[in-house]
Ligand binder design. Structure first.
Ligand code: IMP
Length: 432
C-alpha cells in the first residue's frame, strides 16, 4: 500500500488536474483536502473539456471513490451544478462514488456577498479573489460560527445559525459596505431544498479513508491552488484562505501523517499567477504574451488572463521544503517550444546579497531581482514525444537543471493537454 499527495508548487493552475486524472486510474480513493470552488481543474477526456471545481478530478474513472474532505469549503449550489453537468456527460454520480465530509464547512450566500463587497471596497488594494466566498467561509470556520454539512440535517439549528449570522453580516453589508441585505428565510428554504438532495452523499469521510488504508487501498490526496497561495507560507496577504501544502492533507481529511507516503509537486514549466501580488520573474513583454497565448493562460474559474513569467526555482525550492516533495511533475513543457532562449531563476538578489528562499516581507520580495540562468530553447515540437530520448537535447537540459537545482527527481512530464501526451518516468505510487 502506498499513498500519494499531489500539490501545486507555484500559485495554482500548474495543471494538477491532468496528473490527478492520470494517477486516479491507479488509485482506489481520491480525496480533496482544502480549498473550494476557487479551484478549477481542467480535464480533457475523449477530446472534450470538463472543468471540475469541487468534485475530485478522479470522478471520470469508473469504480473510484471520490471524497471531499472536511478541509474543503463547499458551495452546495456549485456541487449540485457539477453533479448535474457530469451526469449530462454520461458520468454516473452517486453516493457509491462521491462523498462529502459531514464536517466540511458550507459556503453561504452571505460569504459570497462579503467577498465581493470587501474586494470592491479595497479598490486597487484588492487581493483579486475568485469571489466565491472562500475567505469569508474559512473566517466563519475559525470564528466558530460556520455551518457544517452535518448542520444541513438539522433544520432548527440551520435556521438559528443562518439568522444569527445574518444579523452580523447584514450589518456589515449594509452599514459598512453599502451593499444589499440578504433574507434569512430565502436562504433557509433554498439550503433545505439542497440538503435533501445532498444528504445521501454526506458521511464521515475520515472513517472511510481510514478503512480504505487498513484494507491496503491506494489513496490519492488531491490538493488545490498552490504552495505560494498558502495562507501561512504564501505571499501573504495575496494568498488563499487555506493551506494547500501537503501536510494539510492530514487535517483536511482526518488522517495521520503516516498515511502520506509520496508527495508529487506539480511544476508548470514557467510561472503564472492570477490575482494580485508580487511576481519576481513576471514577463511584461512579448515573451510573456507568447507564453500566455500559447499556453491559453486564462483562469479556469474566473476566465481572467493569467500573468506569465519564467520558471522561478526559488519558489520551487521553497515548495520542496514546505511539502517534503518526493518527486516533481513538469507540465506544459510544450508551451516553451519555439523560444530561442529560456531563462530560469535560480536565486534572488536583494540589496546586493544573493538569497535562496522567498522573504516573508512583501516589501523585500518586491525588491528582489531574479538571478537568471540562460538556457538554449528548442524549436522541434515535443507534443508527440513518448519517451525521454525523443526529446531534443535542449529540453532534456532544461529538465536536468530543474532536477539539479531542486534536488528532486522528475516522475512525470506533460507535453500537451491530452491524456496520452505524457511521459512517465516513474510511477509515484511505487514504493521504491
Ligand atoms: P480566493 O481563494 O478566492 O480567496 O482568492 C485568493 C487568491 O488566490 C487570488 O489571488 C486568487 O486568484 C487565487 N486563487 C484561488 N484559487 C486559485 C486557483 O485554483 N488557481 C489559481 N489561483 C487561485
Amino acid at each position: 500500500m502506498s499513498n500519494v499527495v499531489i500539490v501545486g508548487t507555484q500559485w495554482g493552475d500548474e495543471g494538477k488536474g491532468k496528473v490527478v486524472d492520470r494517477l486516479a486510474a491507479r488509485a482506489d480513493l481520491i480525496v480533496r483536502f482544502q480549498g473550494g470552488n476557487n479551484a478549477g481543474h481542467t480535464l480533457v477526456v475523449n477530446g472534450e473539456q470538463t472543468i471540475c471545481h469541487l468534485i475530485p478530478s478522479g470522478i471520470l474513472h469508473k469504480g473510484k471513490k471520490c471524497l471531499i474532505g472536511n478541509g474543503v469549503v463547499v458551495d452546495p449550489e456549485v456541487l449540485l451544478e457539477e453533479i448535474e453537468n457530469l451526469t449530462d456527460k454520461g458520468v454516473t454520480i452517486a453516493p457509491a462514488n462521491l462523498s462529502l465530509s459531514e464536517k466540511a464547512h458550507i459556503i453561504m450566500p452571505y460569504h459570497k456577498a462579503m467577498d465581493h463587497a470587501r474586494e470592491k471596497a479595497k479598490g486597487k488594494e484588492k487581493i483579486g479573489t475568485t469571489g466565491r466566498g472562500i475567505g469569508p467561509c474559512y473566517e466563519d470556520k475559525a470564528g466558530r460560527v460556520g455551518i457544517r454539512a452535518v448542520d444541513l440535517f438539522d433544520p432548527d439549528l440551520l435556521k438559528e445559525k443562518i439568522e444569527g449570522n445574518l444579523k452580523e453580516k447584514n450589518f456589515y453589508l449594509t452599514q459598512f459596505f453599502n451593499a444589499k441585505a440578504l433574507d434569512a428565510n430565502q436562504i433557509f428554504d433554498r439550503y433545505c431544498e439542497m440538503a435533501k438532495i445532498l444528504r445521501p452523499f454526506i458521511r464521515n469521510t475520515s472513517l472511510m479513508v481510514d478503512l480504505a488504508a487498513k484494507e491496503g487501498k491506494k489513496i490519492l490526496f488531491e490538493g488545490a491552488q498552490g504552495t505560494h497561495l498558502d495562507i501561512d507560507h504564501g505571499t501573504y496577504p495575496f494568498v488563499t484562505s487555506s493551506n494547500p501544502v501537503a501536510g494539510s492533507a492530514c487535517a483536511g481529511v482526518g488522517v495521520g501523517p503516516d498515511k502520506l507516503h509520496h508527495v508529487v509537486g506539480i511544476v508548470k514549466a514557467y510561472t503564472t499567477r492570477v490575482g494580485s501580488g508580487p511576481f519576481a520573474t513576471e514577463l511584461l513583454d512579448d515573451t510573456g504574451d507568447y507564453i500566455q497565448e500559447k499556453g491559453s493562460e486564462f483562469g479556469a474559474t474566473t476566465g481572467r488572463r493569467r500573468r506569465c513569467g519564467w520558471l522561478d526555482l526559488v519558489m520551487i525550492r521553497d515548495s520542496v521544503r514546505l511539502n517534503g516533495l518526493t518527486s516533481l511533475s513538469i507540465t506544459k513543457l510544450d508551451v516553451l517550444t519555439g523560444l530561442d532562449t529560456l531563462k530560469i531563476c535560480v536565486a534572488y538578489e536583494l540589496e546586493g546579497k544573493r538569497i535562496e528562499a522567498t522573504p516573508a516581507s512583501l516589501k523585500e520580495l518586491a525588491q528582489c531581482r531574479p538571478v537568471f540562468e540562460e538556457l538554449p530553447g528548442w524549436k522541434d515540437e515535443i507534443a508527440s514525444a513518448k519517451t525521454l530520448n525523443q526529446l531534443p537535447a535542449e529540453t532534456t537540459n532544461y529538465l536536468n537543471v530543474i532536477e539539479e537545482k531542486t534536488g528532486v527527481p522528475i516522475s512525470i512530464l506533460s507535453v500537451g493537454p491530452m491524456r496520452d501526451q505524457t511521459i512517465e518516468i516513474k510511477d509515484p505510487f511505487s514504493r521504491s
